[in-house]
Design a protein around this ligand. Structure first.
Ligand code: ATP
Length: 378
């Protein structure tokens, strides 16, 4: 599944983690992240004992963002130059693109996707790139239209982050599926934007409305999945006739996963269960897409040997016959609102980039178990 790329980023320890003498147990070496098994390490004297287990994973990109003085330090700009420009060039070619940040609570997802005023993240940089396209990407400037929407999924309900109801509570909206254009949120506000400043204004408005709460690790944890969508339409001339290239960019800041804690109140436990369930569904959807894609390529090579032009066409979203004997596995998009809404960005005419965030030891095994399935995708 060459259309999926996976990046990993390691953030510095927070003040709290430093005070608790937390240790970073990940090392980054070019495209490889090495993780030490902390349980083995704890039982032995001294670090890096020969009996300790070091597991290495390779990714499309590994970012070490611990110390700005370090020569291998990956700043927000470095991350943008790899991932953001890849999103932009895909959108210019007419792909649907999905870039999402995944990781435990407090691992740095919002920092990477949105950033801070002093250190702007991927989403505003990508928007800036869309408006400065003529300078960097295009030989022939195309006239384009940019429309954005911003929603959050909280407890499997969708809320518009850019529209308020009369009661000062965000709207709860329904997800529907159009037979041709796919899933959509009924009544979600769309905003036509003509410059970077307008987008940043909308982004700030939406971020301020997101639901946050304190977790054990992060005082201002986002408890919802946020999807910022850019509809980018280019007016072109094809064979001297006016035509359009439309692409959709979904920039997703996922809610942080956290181990269930019985001391939390009922609402927080429900909230955490919904977050974890939708993240598990996301993992299942992506790994099933990867399996189907592997099966499709192996059947294609068999077909090309045994017969010519005999293989059935396969849509990446559907259950169907590949060679007449093997069936594509069912993809449970509708098991969560998150995967249902991202359906046309995860399969088909799409490119997906995943930024997994690693911070310190507690999150490692959680991230592992999900990333190990991502690794098969490369
Ligand atoms: N690369 C980084 N450099 C410096 N500080 C960072 C970096 N990544 C994250 N941080 C800081 O760590 C803290 C937690 O980051 P952030 O809010 O992005 O986490 P999160 O994964 O979105 O958490 P949650 O899922 O709980 O919302 C913030 O104070 C943020 O500024």
């Amino acid at each position: 599944m060459a259309n999926v790329k996976v990046a990993v980023r390691v953030r510095p320890l927070s003040k709290r983690e430093n005070a608790e003498e937390g240790r970073i147990i990940v090392e980054v070496d070019n495209k490889v992240a090495k993780v030490r098994n902390i349980k083995v390490d704890n039982r032995l004297d001294g670090p890096w004992d020969s009996r300790e287990k070091i597991v290495a994973f390779s990714f499309d990109y590994c970012y070490w963002s611990i110390d700005p003085e370090d020569p291998k330090y990956a700043s927000q700009e470095v991350v943008f130059q790899d991932l953001g420009t890849s999103v932009l060039s895909g959108a210019f070619k007419g792909y649907n693109i999905c870039l999402f940040a995944y990781g435990q609570t407090g691992s740095g997802k919002t920092y990477t996707m949105m950033g801070t005023p002093a250190s702007v993240g991927l989403t505003p940089r990508i928007c800036e790139g869309l408006f400065s396209r003529q300078d960097d990407y295009s030989e022939q400037p195309a006239s384009c239209r940019v429309e954005v929407s911003f929603l959050e999924i909280y407890n499997e309900r969708v809320r518009d982050l850019l529209k308020q109801s009369d009661h000062k509570k965000p709207y709860t909206l329904r997800v529907r599926e159009h037979p041709e254009t796919g899933p959509y949120v009924q009544g979600l506000s769309q905003h036509l934007v003509t410059d970077y400043k307008q987008v940043v204004g909308l982004l700030e408005e939406g971020i301020a409305k997101r639901i946050t709460a304190a977790t054990h690790i992060h005082d201002a944890s986002s408890r919802s999945h946020a999807i910022f969508t850019i509809h980018y339409t280019q007016a072109i001339l094809e064979n001297n006739l006016p035509s359009e290239i439309a692409s959709k960019i979904n920039l997703v800041d996922l809610a942080g996963s956290e181990r269930a804690d019985p001391s939390y109140c009922k609402d927080r436990i429900t909230e955490g269960a919904n977050i974890n369930k939708s993240l598990v569904t996301l993992g299942i959807v992506i790994s099933t897409l990867a399996q189907n894609s592997q099966m499709f390529s192996s059947c294609q090579s068999i077909n090309s040997i045994t017969s010519e032009g005999d293989s059935s066409p396969v849509g990446s979203h559907t259950t169907g016959s590949v060679s007449g004997t093997r069936r594509q596995a069912y993809i449970p998009y509708r098991d969560s609102i998150l995967t249902w809404l991202l359906k046309d960005s995860l399969g088909g005419n799409s490119k997906t980039i995943m930024v997994a965030r690693i911070s310190l030891n507690q999150c490692l095994f959680f991230i592992y178990s999900h990333l190990s399935c991502q690794l098969q995708l490369q």
